[in-house]
Write a protein that binds this ligand. Structure first.
Ligand code: DC
Length: 225
């Protein structure tokens, strides 16, 4: 395969998609775009503005009007990028447990997905890009010339997420993380619109026993002559 211009990387929460995609994008000098931040931003604003996230119509109205700006990182505090909404830096706020707990519900709303998918397609068609999410290979960029589905067991992913939170100096409970991971996987993969699943033509990589460098290497091998 020749070097692909559009690379889609999908997979469940904490499968290492963003870390791998960022390295790959840097090495290829491509844009890195993590679509999960958009669903997280809508969820954060919805939590701040409306009393009940079951009010689908109100949540979709937020998704339709929100301007999410993803920029180069402005601080060396471990962030891969800045996320701004309405003139406010929300990069870390979108990682808080309340967002983790509600983002699957918000991202299952068809109207929210329509709004986010069209923004993501516009970004994806503009340049060489490594785009990360749940439905990039199946819905957002079905024309991507390389599709990877990065998987790992729930236990391994919970272990990684736990270590990541601890390394930021925050407190974390492994059992709670595992429970929330399994719950999110279930909602993400059983929703009616754009469920989490590998595209028919995706290359599936299991990363339980692979380090980040090995996963990057495996992906690059797919398009080395
Ligand atoms: O990758 P993440 O954990 O930041 O994603 C947050 C949530 O957003 C995840 O539970 C599912 C949803 N999501 C989605 O439905 N489609 C995408 N393309 C990206 C994320």
């Amino acid at each position: 395969m020749k070097q692909p211009n559009l690379i889609a990387i999908d997979g469940p929460a904490a499968s290492g998609k963003s870390t791998v995609a960022e390295i790959l994008a840097n090495e290829l000098n491509y844009m890195f775009f993590d679509t999960g931040v958009m669903y997280r931003a809508v969820t954060l604003i919805a939590l701040n503005q409306i009393s009940d996230l079951d009010m689908e119509h109100e949540v979709v109205a937020i998704a339709d009007s929100i301007e999410i700006d993803v920029r180069k990182p402005s601080k060396g505090d471990g962030r891969k990028y800045d996320v701004w909404v309405n003139g406010k830096d929300i990069t870390w706020e979108i990682r808080q447990p309340a967002v983790d707990a509600n983002v699957s519900k918000v991202s299952a709303y068809a109207g929210v997905r329509t709004a986010m998918t069209s923004q993501q397609r516009r970004i994806g068609m503009k340049s060489n890009v490594v785009m990360v999410g749940r439905d990039i290979g199946t819905v957002v960029l079905p024309e991507a010339d390389l599709k990877v589905y990065l998987d790992a067991s729930a236990e391994e992913r919970a272990k990684r997420r736990h270590a990541e939170i601890i390394s930021r100096g925050d407190e974390a409970d492994y059992e709670k993380i595992l429970e929330s991971m399994i719950r999110r996987d279930k909602i993400d993969s059983t929703r009616a619109v754009a469920p989490l699943k590998p595209a028919d033509d995706a290359v599936i990589i299991h990363s339980d026993h692979l380090c980040v460098a090995e996963v990057v290497h495996k992906i690059k091998d797919l398009f080395a002559t």
